[in-house]
Design a protein around this ligand. Structure first.
Ligand code: GFB
Length: 318
């Protein structure tokens, strides 16, 4: 089903806030085929937690469209270890860019959140209506509250000012440009790096955090970028939209899949001192599918392409 394009991007000035991150760089790549001008600004030039500087940059550069992919992100250990950093930095970035977009008369803003906004024990798969119906997962409730605030800001700005600001809630993402630092990263890049280093070192064990029983949904960042660009062109309403693949896997099964992709033949051992987090985070993507979008990447194919990127760029590649 081909949905009507209500907001063409051709000829527009499009700012990807967070363009150097995994999702932001994927969105910038995806926009190259839209006939628009892609704007970007590095951290050295603009600190997005600085309100005055952010307003001034937006007033001077007048983007027509903003993809708000800039955020302080991290895996379960980073979120659990630095709650103040995650809630403060993300609230500041969102408030500065969303209010800055109103002041600069931005025609369309797409705010990117995360599937951790939903209650820890939400019914699975999680629909957009599950938001705020139960308590959050303690290891990342700080980040989750910041992202829920971003959704609410976009809704409030639509109601009070008529701003066409929409929200996309991606599931766990992976792919080129990911963070491979073993302390701050998410599970997919962490397992990939650990399996790779164990293979090279001839080690017989690969350490998996937690019990391995939690289930997660993994979406390639290029699929996510394609989905949020599609949303920018076809969606304008109050509700946020889930962005995922509609399929999940246990962490134990993921560990075996990554070991296989990497070619690590040893044993997997669990580290019970690390948290499991939410038992399951599978998104219902019916609303995204109703917009005429469906995922392209299969998990094994996506993991293999992410591993190839890691081999070409190393742990600190960008
Ligand atoms: O990807 P992850 O850090 O984030 O952890 P969440 C997912 C699951 O993988 C947890 C397990 O059960 C981890 O215990 N895991 C196993 C590992 N081995 C590892 C490892 O080596 N590293 C990591 N990091 N995990 C995040 C939120 O939750 O999801 C963020 O904290 C964000 O705010 C992100 O929302 C999308 O999926 O548990």
């Amino acid at each position: 089903m081909q949905t009507e394009v209500i907001f063409p991007l051709a000829g527009r000035r499009v700012w990807v806030a967070g363009h150097r991150g995994m999702v932001g760089s994927a969105i910038a790549r995806r926009l190259s085929s839209e006939g628009c001008e892609v704007l970007s600004v590095g951290r050295a030039e603009l600190d997005l937690t600085d309100q005055a500087a952010t307003y001034a940059w937006m007033a001077a550069n007048r983007p027509d469209v903003v993809f708000l992919a800039a955020a302080k992100v991290g895996g379960i250990l980073a979120n659990d270890s630095f709650p103040a950093d995650f809630i403060r930095d993300n609230l500041q970035i969102e408030m500065n860019i969303i209010e800055g977009a109103r002041r600069a008369e931005v025609a369309k803003l797409v705010f990117l959140g995360s599937s951790c906004i939903y209650p820890k024990f939400a019914a699975q798969p999680m629909t957009e209506d599950a938001l705020l119906t139960g308590s959050l997962e303690p290891t990342n409730e700080w980040y989750a509250i910041a992202k829920i605030a971003g959704i609410k800001m976009c809704q409030a700005y639509r109601l009070q000012y008529g701003c066409d600001f929409i929200s996309a809630m991606p599931t766990n993402l992976y792919g080129p440009g990911d963070n491979f630092d073993l302390q701050s990263s998410h599970v997919m890049p962490a397992l990939m790096r650990k399996a790779h280093e164990a293979k090279l070192a001839g080690k017989s064990q690969l350490v998996m955090w937690g019990t391995g029983s939690p289930r997660r949904e993994f979406m390639h960042c290029d699929d996510c970028a394609d989905a949020v660009v599609h949303m920018a062109k076809t969606y304008s309403d109050l509700s946020h939209i889930n962005v995922g693949t509609g399929e999940d896997i246990s962490i134990a099964e993921l560990t075996r899949l990554v070991a296989d992709v990497v070619g690590f033949k040893g044993d997997v051992v669990s580290d019970p001192t690390k948290p499991d987090g939410t038992p399951r985070k599978l998104l219902d993507i019916s609303r995204l599918r109703a917009l005429g979008w469906s995922p392209r990447f299969g998990l094994r194919e996506g993991a293999a392409s992410a591993y190839q990127w890691y081999l070409n760029h190393g742990a600190n590649g960008r």
